[in-house]
Write a new protein. Structure first.
Lengths: 285, 258
């Protein structure tokens, strides 16, 4: 029986636990104390980037003790709101022209290239219709499902690819369903109801769809240039410019860009990304 | 109606309080999903496409609520008919609270009220046509992740006219509950209409025995403005102790009870 010794141990354990809890509770605030005036940042982005942003935001919040109030939705809608009266501090939108319009309107202070998307063919596992190219979708009897009713650029981009490949009318004849939502469409390809479709690669990286479809690249020459580009910029409404700049720097860092890569995007910081920046002219001038 | 009796509140009858407690608990549990269904769901018919929905933060997708709900609902009908409406539905709870403030309780029997519940059937037909006929189109820009008020504002700002009509019709009918108590639940709810169709097969129910003298004391107590085992009865049990001749029972209804 050594009750005293046991008691000391218990007290030490409790002290350590309380100290750890206090440190955990205070750490985020201490991390940001002195660095930034604000302890929160409002960020809006294109909905397609949501999964990647949520992961990157978690990391940034953990490191800096800053709360990221994040909204991810259809970029054109957010852009329309921002060009109207809506306000956010950082905006990551799709389509270069939108960022340029926000700059011209004096709403955005600057923007940087963030990442790029790419389109792929998807088929059920095993590729029962033996689809290898966009042209294969035009073969008689191939059951095609296309997200033609999806919000832009969903349907428009897919039609652009088919037109450039010269098979738009033939593929439309094969189309058994025109879906209003790309996410709603995916299970129809997974189940084999449809033999092929065209989506952004990011769809094939979502947790619920990863590994459940065959992914076949589409030649870059067929991509419509407009929807490929995502930018990130600081808005004039940024309450703490240093914080907004720091956040944008983090999102454009190799560490955060790796997150966007995992979610199916081409990081702007990658070799391919740098090529696309030049090719598509993604520059804030 | 000479044999009417006044509405009595029997002492020691705690079932309505238990029911309110369960409804409040269910509002806490399912309220977020219900809220998303009305205000954030991008599809015209909410609650049926959760597994393929682009909204990231809705509990209908990220929890087991969707499967749990659609597996539980048929089972609940098999055992206790429309009890979901009276005991568990968060929307029903909200409607009943609004109904307490309403000008007209309409706890009477007449020709109009006899046919008004057909509105639930109409609502059900519209839902089925949108769901199966038009494949439940997405008709609102999905706010995949977002702050509470900001997402609401963006939803309404960028929704299609179809989504706006759907949402304002639902909200309007719920708000009309201020004038006619429980108008949505009694005369419009498609889910209620679906359950109403199948509640006849329920094993257990609140019912009237042959001792009933049509005094309608139960009707005047009922938030749904009905009598046991009739159209719109949700087996809530509020009427169990109101009958002056003790003609209301709960359990298996036997031939001898009719």
């Amino acid at each position: 029986m050594e009750p005293k010794k046991d008691g000391v141990k218990r007290r030490a354990f409790l002290k350590t636990a309380v100290a750890s809890l206090a440190a955990a509770a205070l750490a985020p605030g201490l991390l940001s104390a002195g660095r930034f005036q604000s302890d929160s940042l409002q960020v809006w982005s294109c909905g397609g980037l949501s999964e990647a942003f949520m992961e990157a935001n978690g990391l940034y919040e953990q490191r800096n003790g800053v709360q990221i109030n994040y909204t991810g939705a259809f970029a054109a809608a957010l852009g329309k709101s921002l060009l109207g009266g809506a306000v956010t501090e950082v905006f990551a939108g799709r389509v270069l022209q939108l960022a340029q319009n926000l700059r011209t309107a004096g709403k955005m202070l600057y923007f940087r290239p963030l990442c790029f998307t790419e389109y792929v063919l998807i088929t059920p596992l095993g590729n029962p219709a033996q689809i290898q190219t966009v042209q294969d979708m035009a073969r008689p009897g191939v059951r095609v499902i296309l997200p033609l009713g999806a919000s832009p650029p969903g349907g428009d981009a897919v039609m652009g690819i088919l037109k450039k490949a010269g098979v738009d009318q033939a593929v439309l004849k094969n189309t058994i369903e025109k879906e209003s939502c790309v996410i709603k469409m995916m299970p129809q390809i997974i189940s084999g109801e449809g033999a092929a479709s065209i989506v952004e690669r990011r769809l094939t990286r979502m947790d619920r769809f990863a590994g459940k479809v065959e992914v076949i690249p589409i030649p870059e020459a067929l991509f419509p240039p407009g929807p490929l580009t995502f930018t990130i910029g600081v808005m004039k409404y940024a309450k703490d410019r240093a914080l907004a700049d720091d956040y944008v720097n983090f999102i454009c860092s190799d560490e955060a860009q790796a997150i966007f890569d995992r979610h199916g995007f081409i990081p702007a910081a990658s070799a391919k990304g740098r090529t696309l920046i030049e090719k598509l002219g993604v520059k804030d001038v | 109606m000479s044999n009417q009796t006044a509405i009595s509140k029997p002492d020691g009858f705690f079932l309505p309080k238990v029911r309110r407690g369960i409804q409040a608990a269910m509002l806490a549990v399912m309220g977020q999903w219900a809220f998303y269904g009305i205000f954030r769901c991008p599809f015209l018919v909410p609650f049926v496409n959760c597994q393929v929905c682009p909204i990231i933060t809705c509990w209908g997708r990220i929890t087991s609520y969707f499967w749990g709900f659609w597996l539980f609902l048929p089972l609940s009908v098999l055992f206790v008919g429309r009890a979901f409406c009276g005991w568990l539905c968060p929307g029903g709870f909200v409607n009943q609270m609004i109904g307490k403030l309403s000008f007209a309780k309409l706890r009477v029997r007449n020709r109009v009220l006899k046919f008004a519940p057909l509105g639930m059937g109409l609502g059900l037909l519209i839902v089925l046509a949108l769901w199966f006929g038009l494949d439940n189109p997405r008709s609102m820009v999905p706010i995949r992740v977002g702050e509470f008020w900001g997402s609401l504002r963006l939803s309404f700002e960028h929704a299609s006219p179809y989504w706006l009509v759907r949402t304002f019709v639902v909200l309007g009918l719920v708000a009309a509950g201020l004038f006619i108590a429980n108008l949505w639940c009694r005369f419009a709810c498609p889910t209620g209409g679906l359950l109403e169709l199948f509640k006849g097969m329920a094993l257990f129910r609140v019912f009237k025995t042959s001792a009933c003298n049509d005094c309608d004391a139960c009707l005047r107590r009922c938030e749904m403005g009905t009598r046991p085992d009739e159209v719109n009865c949700t087996n809530c049990g509020d009427c169990l102790k109101t009958c002056p001749v003790d003609a209301i029972k709960f359990g298996r209804k036997r031939k001898s009870d009719e």
